[in-house]
Design a protein around this ligand. Sequence first.
Ligand code: PMV
Length: 332
Amino acid sequence: MEVTAWLKASASAPGKIILTGEHFVVYGEPALVVALDRKVTVKASGRSDLSIRVASDLGLSGIFEGTSFTAGEGGADCERFLEPVRIAAEATLVKTGSRSGLNIEVQSELPLGAGLGSSSATSVATVAAVAKLLDARLDQSDIAELALAAERFVHVNPSGVDPAVSTYGGLILYKQGQGIKRLQLAARLPLVIGNTGLTRSTGRLVSLVRERRDRWPNVVDPLIKLAGILTTNATAALETGNLKEFGELMDVDQGLLVAIGVSNEALDRLIYAARRVNALGAKLTGAGGGGCMIALCTEGTQPSIAEAIRGAGGEPITAATSEAGVQAWLEN
Ligand code: PMV
C-alpha cells in the first residue's frame, strides 16, 4: 500500500483507569478497566523519504532513519519516549505490507508515567492513524495487538490490558489470552483521580512483584487467586449498580496491592485522605509506586474528596469515564 502525497490522517485513543486487578492481570487473573474522556491524538502524513519523524507536544522530536536516530527538540534522551511511536508505526507498515516514510505528531491530554495509560493511548492512536493514512482496514483486535508490540518496548511482558481498553473504550473485563468482555455500567461512576506527581516505571514495579512472588510463591500465589475472585465480585457489584459494595472491594484490592509491595507513602496519604471524607472506596490505579490513585464518591461529594486529595499533597483530576475507544479520520 502507498501513501497519497497530500493525505493526512488522524486518530484519537482514550486513557484509562484500572478499577481492580492491576498486577494480578499479569498472572492471568481478570482486570476491570474503564476508558477516560481524556485522550491522545496522533496525526500522520507521508514523506518523500523512508524515515519516520516523530514530534510530541511535550517538546520532543526526532527522526528515525533505518537504525539511526537524530534528536530534534528534547535532546538525545527523547529517543526512549519516541521509540514506541516508531515501533507502532512500523508494525502497522509491516502488517499492511506497506513501505513509506511518515511524519507523526502526538498531542496528549494525559500526564506521562502516571498510570493513566498515556503510552498505550499513543501507540493505539499511532496504529489507527497510520492504518487510516494507508486506507488499510484493521479491526480492533489488530489495532490492540499492534499497539502491544510498542508496549513491549515500554515494559517487558505487559498483560495487554492498557492497549485493549484504549482500543475498545468503555468498561471492560480483560483477561490475558482471552481478550475482552464488554460490560455495561448500571450506575454513573463518580470518581476522583489523585496524582501523586511521582513518575515511575511500570516495568520496574512488575519486576518487583515477580521477585516477591519468586521468593514467597506460597504467600503471593494465594493473593493473586484472591484478586481474581475479588475482580469477579467487583464486576457483579458494578453490573448491579451497587457502588457501596464496589467501594468496599476497592479497599480490599488496595490491601492486596499493599501486600505485593506496589503502594507507597505518597499514594497511601491520598488514599487515606479520601477515605477520611467518606469516599466509598480508594486505591492506587495502574502500576503504583507513585502515579495515581482513585476514589469512588457518592453523588455530590466529588468536590470535597478532590479538596482532601489536594490537602494531602496530590493533584486532583476530575475526568469522566467514556464509551469511546479509538477513532480515526482523514483530515481535509
Ligand atoms: O500502565 P500502568 O502503569 O497503568 O500499569 C499497567 C498495569 C499492570 O498490571 C501493572 C501491568 C500490565 O502489563 O498489566
